[in-house]
Design a protein around this ligand. Structure first.
Ligand SMILES: Nc1ncnc2c1ncn2[C@@H]1O[C@H](COP(=O)(O)OP(=O)(O)OP(=O)(O)O)[C@@H](O)[C@H]1O
Ligand SMILES: O=P(O)(O)OC[C@H]1O[C@H](OP(=O)(O)OP(=O)(O)O)[C@H](O)[C@@H]1O
Ligand SMILES: [Mg+2]
Length: 410
């Protein structure tokens, strides 16, 4: 698929038909009906098989008591005992998305960048890709592809982001240019687009693995003359090697750009990304059990992510009434809790009757202000302070569940 993209984008978007040093592209296309599989009874969740997201994804699921059980680390299929009738399939992140689009997976966890780049179902409609094909890159694009290309740019709604912020894999997709030479004084996309150097015969050469998002972004930024080459890694070397003028790649700490004398520019961020839970609309609406399973996963994810970094603090406090104790607690800024403190009477027996001298209090506090909260509690008379990390905070309703039902029109 990426070769089809590269091929069509180079020919359509670049101003000249046979791009100089760029490799000829081999492809063969054939028509077929949409590649949805026969109805399956089991649900399938795709997880990254390798790379920086793989371990974090398993860790997150484990923290939600959804541990993945893999009989053999070389096997690509596994299970989550808590979720019956669900198969886990380990795939490369981009293949998770492609298989969601083709209907071979129902759910997946990958970076938003990967969903945005590869989640374009319309490109696949009526086309299969054969990497062993024979057509060469200089061949004119048949009319049918032009139509596909147009549809493709409009995006699609076949994939639904169920949870958009799983709080790992944070990075951004950015355009970067050299700090030196003709780019020394260029600091924004507007300035880059206005440079006189880019013409039909000498377009801006961009190296990127994002052959859908990058051309779309440059086109929208008003950069008329641009062409694209693709590579699988170490893109940051391309400008210094003279292969490209700019790159579009993922950035998180910015170290790789800095070490390679490259800089980001104003307006040059294409996308902010982190891990997301994504589902096929078709599976959600048509396959038995998928929506219920998504509800359970979503509830656990939301409740867990809400609880991350929060501690439950309990203490006893002497007081004349629950209100008086609550007022003392609320006078301290670190002790207001999620919805205010819970204050409950501690009963003791005095002269044969139940009496209250102490109140038990429960508060949630962020880990970073835990010690400060304990100091404040002590200062207002708290004793017997206990703390424990929280696993879940379940709200009355999972906000993203409501959003999902709305998106599905349910
Ligand atoms: N530097 C980074 N910091 C944080 N997250 C990143 C970074 N680079 C990539 N990611 C996120 O992790 C995902 C997987 O990236 P990773 O490099 O592990 O795999 P890949 O690039 O698809 O595969 P490979 O590099 O092996 O070809 C990306 O899609 C992105 O969401
Ligand atoms: O801003 P930084 O923290 O320096 O991270 C950015 C680098 O991380 C990713 O590469 P990765 O490590 O995945 O290697 P790859 O090029 O082989 O994918 C990305 O492609 C950048 O090269
Ligand atoms: Mg990578």
């Amino acid at each position: 698929m990426s070769l089809i993209q590269t091929f069509s984008q180079q020919c359509l978007y670049s101003s000249y038909p046979t791009p100089g040093p760029y490799v000829p592209v081999k492809l063969r296309v054939s028509c077929c009906s949409p590649a949805y599989p026969a109805e399956r009874s089991e649900m399938r969740l795709g997880l990254p098989s390798k790379g920086r997201m793989a371990a974090d994804t398993l860790d997150l699921l484990k923290a939600c008591q959804l541990s993945v059980r893999q009989v053999n680390p070389r096997q690509y299929v596994a299970e989550i005992p808590e979720l019956p009738n669900l198969e886990v399939w380990f795939q490369r992140p981009k293949d998770v998305v492609k298989k969601l689009v083709s209907g071979d997976l129902d759910l997946g966890i990958v970076g938003l960048d990967t969903v945005s780049e590869y989640g374009q179902a319309d490109l696949f409609k009526g086309i299969t890709f054969d990497p062993g094909g024979v057509t060469r890159g200089a061949t004119p694009i048949p009319e049918a592809y032009l139509e596909t290309y147009d549809v493709y740019y409009k995006g699609n709604e076949d994939l639904i982001i169920v949870h958009n912020a799983l709080e790992y894999g944070e990075c951004r997709l950015s355009l970067a240019i050299p700090k030196y030479g003709i780019f020394e004084s260029i600091n924004s996309m507007r300035e880059l687009a206005q440079m006189p150097q880019w013409t039909a015969s000498k377009p801006l050469r961009v190296a990127t693995g994002f052959t859908y998002l990058a051309p779309k972004f440059l086109k929208e930024s008003g950069l008329k003359h641009a062409m694209f080459s693709t590579a699988d890694g170490a893109l940051e070397a391309a400008p210094a090697m003279g292969i490209a003028d700019a790159i579009v790649d993922l950035v998180s700490s910015g170290t790789t750009l800095r070490e390679n004398n490259l800089k980001e520019i104003e307006g040059g961020v294409l996308l902010e990304s982190q891990a997301v839970l994504v589902a096929s609309r078709r599976s959600l609406t048509q396959q038995t059990g998928v929506l219920d399973t998504v509800h359970e996963i979503l509830e656990r994810l939301e409740a867990h992510l809400r609880a991350v970094g929060q501690y439950l603090v309990t203490a006893n406090m002497r007081g004349s009434s629950a209100e008086e104790v609550a007022e003392r607690i609320l006078s301290q800024e670190s002790l207001s809790g999620l919805q205010g403190p819970t204050v409950s009477p501690v009963f003791c027996k005095r002269d044969g009757q139940a009496a209250v001298d102490y109140y038990g209090i429960d508060i949630c506090v962020p880990k970073k202000s835990l010690y400060k909260s304990i100091q404040q509690l002590r200062a207002i008379g708290g004793s017997g302070v206990l703390t424990c990390p929280l696993t879940y905070i379940f709200d009355e309703e999972t906000p993203r569940w409501r959003e999902l039902l709305l998106k599905l029109g349910l």
